[in-house]
Design a protein around this ligand. Structure first.
Ligand code: KG4
Ligand code: ZN
Length: 329
């Protein structure tokens, strides 16, 4: 039995979690900084790192208490080393190394994207492999073929904006506030997804994504039709994004003969995407997995899970390892 403390500070969530054997979540605490950044319309890196410094100690303490542990009972400490905001990453990495030194246990550096992919296995340890994971977050949009720890291949990614970034930018333009994804999700419920025929970028074209043109199409449409209902714009935009994500997810599953299709990352919390992803899996006969919303958005349970696999496969990470803001999957 191996108990890992995971720490996540790559962006604007300060999170800590205790996970046993990469599977069983004993505690998961997420302190969101959304309120601190909302008035700026996006994450301000300097504010984020300062907030992590203040929040991390109480968040770690709460995660340990909730798991019913004293610190020294932890077998290893994992932290996200990248990709992310360098100042924010450094706060989590420094704390994780300090705790690992004090408790005399291994430190494990974790790739944030790998952590998102591993989130699924916390709820469904026996997912059939190979799996196609659609990882859609604020910073990334990619289709990943996953055949086991360390055996993953990026099948396609975005050539410009990430899906979450498009949600955030469109929401900002529509005056819906930050973070944009949940706001558009909510407002779209009252809109007509067929009201405006927005483009479906690169729909019939391989496994790459592009969302920048769609964002511009939304802005141009609203400028040309200032009286258009915001709910219709939100619903039509969301429908366009989901159509593209779905078509590419299905194509990727066919190409690699996937046994299962899984969602990961913050945008995987989107109601329409979840509903239609499930329908697509039912139609194609591929096993569908939708992690719960709290495991889709940034959290530390996924970091502890990926850390456990990494520790088993590669051993501890040297203590002189630093932050890697541009780390790739
Ligand atoms: O994975 P995540 O929490 O952080 C990153 O690693 O980026 O993803 C955050 C992104 C944001 O762009 C946010 O707007 C989007 O996920 N998001 C959503 C929803 N909830 C969060 N996008 C669409 N619909 C949602 N319900
Ligand atoms: Zn993330």
């Amino acid at each position: 039995m191996t108990v890992l403390l995971g720490i996540e500070t790559s962006c604007d969530e300060t999170a800590a979690a205790v996970v046993q054997d990469g599977r069983q979540v004993l505690s998961s605490v997420v302190s969101s900084q959304v309120d601190l950044h909302a008035r700026f319309g996006g994450v301000v890196p300097e504010i984020a790192s300062r907030a992590h410094v203040e929040l991390l100690t109480p968040v770690v303490a709460e995660a340990l208490v909730e798991a019913g542990l004293e610190g020294p009972e932890v077998d290893a400490v994992a932290a996200t080393v990248g990709p992310g905001l360098v100042g924010s990453l450094l706060v989590g990495i420094s704390a994780a190394k300090a705790l690992a030194l004090v408790w005399d246990v291994p430190f494990v550096g974790v790739n944030h994207l790998e952590a998102h992919v591993h989130a699924a296995f916390l709820e469904e340890p026996d997912l059939p492999l190979p799996l196609v994971v659609l990882l859609v977050s604020g910073g990334h949009t990619m289709l990943v073929e996953f055949a086991g720890y360390g055996q993953h291949r990026v099948l396609g990614s975005t050539v410009d904006d990430a899906a979450g970034e498009a949600f955030d930018k469109v929401a900002r333009f529509l005056g819906l506030g930050y973070p944009g994804g949940p706001a558009i999700d909510r407002v779209a419920m009252d809109g007509d997804p067929e009201a405006i025929a927005f483009p479906r970028p690169m729909l019939d074209d391989g496994l790459q994504f592009s969302f920048s043109g769609l964002k511009t199409a939304v802005i141009n449409h609203v400028r040309a039709h200032p009286d258009v209902a915001t709910a219709d714009v939100a619903a039509s935009f969301q429908a366009a994004v989901v159509d593209v994500l779905l078509a590419k997810g299905r194509r990727a599953a066919e190409e690699v003969s996937a046994q299962g299709l899984c969602l990961a990352g913050g945008v995987a919390a989107n109601s329409l995407l979840r509903e239609r992803w499930l329908d697509a899996c039912t139609e194609t006969g591929v096993r569908c997995f939708l992690p719960s919303r709290s495991l889709c958005t940034d959290n530390a349970a996924m970091v502890a899970a990926a850390g456990w696999y990494r520790l088993r496969a590669e051993g501890p990470t040297p203590l002189d390892a630093g932050a890697e803001p541009n780390l790739k999957l």
